[in-house]
Design a protein around this ligand. Sequence first.
Ligand code: SF4
Length: 376
Amino acid sequence: MTYKIYKTKTILNIQKHVDGGWFWVKYSAYPYTGCEYGCEYCYSRDEKYNPHKASREPEVLKFEDPFSEYIKIKENASELLKKELKNKLRDLIYIDGYQTVETKYRYARKMLEVCLDLNFPVFLNEKSPMLIRDMDILKKINEKSYLNVGWSIITSRDDETRLAFEPKAPPVSARFKAMHQLAENKIMAGTVFMPILPFIYDDERNIEEVIKKTKDCGGQYVLDAGLTLWGYCKTHFYKALKKYDSSLIAKYDRLYENKQALGEYTVRLHQSVLKYCKKHNIMSYIPRPLKFYPEKLQINKKIAEIFYLEVRELQLSGEGGYKEWAYRKAAWSLDDLEENVWEIFKNKGIDGLMQIKGIGTSMAKQIEEFLKAGKN
Ligand code: SF4
């Protein structure tokens, strides 16, 4: 393992829109680049995200897997986060960093301290129970604004199969234990069940076990997604797959080369997750946190939440297309709207709603129904 300490020029990533229906984050920031856990399916290796570009840092060429063998440490992470976050509108920020290097540097903790000071709500997506040692700060963020910890879990079993795909990550049992500790401290947590590996972890038994275990450990949701395969990530993942069971390569090829088969498979997988979430009485999505938004905008954000969740369900049920885009555009418009949508409706009726950019007749009617139901 090679570590490099450096000063980064910027740290805060800002999305144009929140990732509605998923984690609800607007911002993200990371104290380290690369990840020592080196999960074989990790899409952060992709050229699009991978910070280790050989064109800028030729030394990365000497590593077999630069993403997990060469970790860069941003020594100015917290100072920069403070500077870049302080004048931003309050919204959810995605932070992760509890990998082994955090034991020594504690930069993830320092970034959380900045979020606490500036009163920013936080979503953490983690694999390591190490974050429990920072329970003091986690509790404070939760009390002051909002904290949600999504545990990255693809199986409930700590067996050889799991180790073939997550060789250096902490045991799943430790993640579930940490989830339980968060729940005991009244902090929202759940399982980020991604990616569900085809022909390995997509059986009903694994799906139900993960969901049941999440429920038993006080988790409030299970958020699922399948495996995406492209470019360098695919090449890397196939090496691990070949080592695990070479006969699966042909099965993966057949599945991923046939768009229709993949679409139908994805729908079946999601339906299975929905079935067991219902059986074990646990949410299949993360409810949007609203309390940290200005009061007059909360109703806009709430209706946007309904539309964003519709987008996600349409995507996962293979019914995307025009309908998905109509919901997405309506959600974006409501999120960007600076006036209270109820005031618009009260003063101008449904015509007023239709004057909002991105809101057509059907969306305006749905907003009207929601507003009227809320007033009854
Ligand atoms: S822990 Fe997360 S970021 Fe790290 S390698 Fe695994 S999936 Fe990627």
